[in-house]
Ligand binder design. Structure first.
Ligand SMILES: C[S@@+](CC[C@H](N)C(=O)[O-])C[C@H]1O[C@@H](n2cnc3c(N)ncnc32)[C@H](O)[C@@H]1O
Length: 245
């Protein structure tokens, strides 16, 4: 039987890699790396470094370009499903053509494979015989709250995890809202009365942290975000919005 390890590698700091993840990397015969666009070289470099540090030679590395998602259509969910199916084809080829029976392949997934990541859903679509195991990773959520030295949860209270797109459409749906995948600074219009804990490139040398009342720091975040994006060509940021009692 072929085996696939879906390994969470943390959110950007090489030291986020857990011992379990390092052991899983050491156990792999072949790695599939799928990255895209301007972020590709940075994100791919971290994965290569982790494989070099923890892999057991000889191993093989297969690199594929991430399929482009159609960003022109308003049908967001359908566009994501199409993109995910194209990803599934890449995984299927990897399992079918690159792994021999009895071998172990590895996918190195940013953060934790269970948080806003399509790998597990795409693997469920593929038509190949294999067993698989998921190794949890440090999420960008944990990286954000740790760097700001705040708790994600307050005593006995819920947290809503959502996307920038939904925050813009629905506003904050809880006193504590954790927002990811926001390309449009949706906090400014949606949550002017909240406190914000914002972080970009968490865990990397480019990390930026800003916190304060949204009404006071929104412009600083907007400017820092635009500047960093222009300088590096890509950005990953996330934030916690908190309505104070
Ligand atoms: C496709 S999701 C992947 C999330 C990932 N699986 C995790 O566990 O954090 C990508 C989003 O995660 C957030 N993110 C991931 N890494 C980050 C980092 N190092 N700094 C800030 N935000 C990050 C951003 O909101 C980004 O748009």
């Amino acid at each position: 039987m072929k085996r696939l390890l879906i390994i969470g590698i943390g959110a950007g700091d090489p030291d986020h890699l857990t011992f379990q993840a390092a052991k899983a990397i050491a156990a792999a015969d072949a790695f599939l790396l799928v990255d895209k666009g301007t972020a590709k070289s940075d994100l791919s470099r971290l994965r290569h470094d982790m494989i070099a540090a923890h892999g057991t030679p000889p191993y093989r590395i297969v690199e594929e370009d991430d399929p482009e998602r159609d960003r022109t259509t308003p049908a967001y969910t359908a566009a994501v499903e199409t993109w995910r199916s194209r990803r599934a084809e890449i995984y299927e080829r990897f399992v079918r053509d690159e792994l021999a029976d009895g071998e172990t392949g590895a996918l190195l997934v940013w953060g934790d494979p269970g948080v806003y990541d399509s790998t597990l859903a795409a693997l469920a679509e593929i038509d190949a015989e294999f067993e698989h195991e998921v190794i949890p990773g440090i999420t960008s959520i944990a990286a954000l709250t740790a760097r700001h030295r705040v708790g994600l949860t307050r005593v006995g209270r819920p947290v809503h995890i959502t996307t920038g797109r939904r925050l813009a459409a629905e506003g904050p749906t809880a006193d504590d809202v954790l927002v990811m995948l926001d390309a449009h600074n949706s906090f400014a219009g949606a949550a002017p009365g909240h406190h914000i804990y914002w972080g970009a490139y968490l865990g990397t040398p480019d990390e930026i942290l800003i916190s304060g009342p949204v009404s006071e720091v929104a412009d600083d975040i907007r400017a820092a975000r635009a500047d960093a994006r222009a300088r590096k060509g890509w950005i990953m940021d996330t934030y916690l919005l908190r309505r104070e009692d």
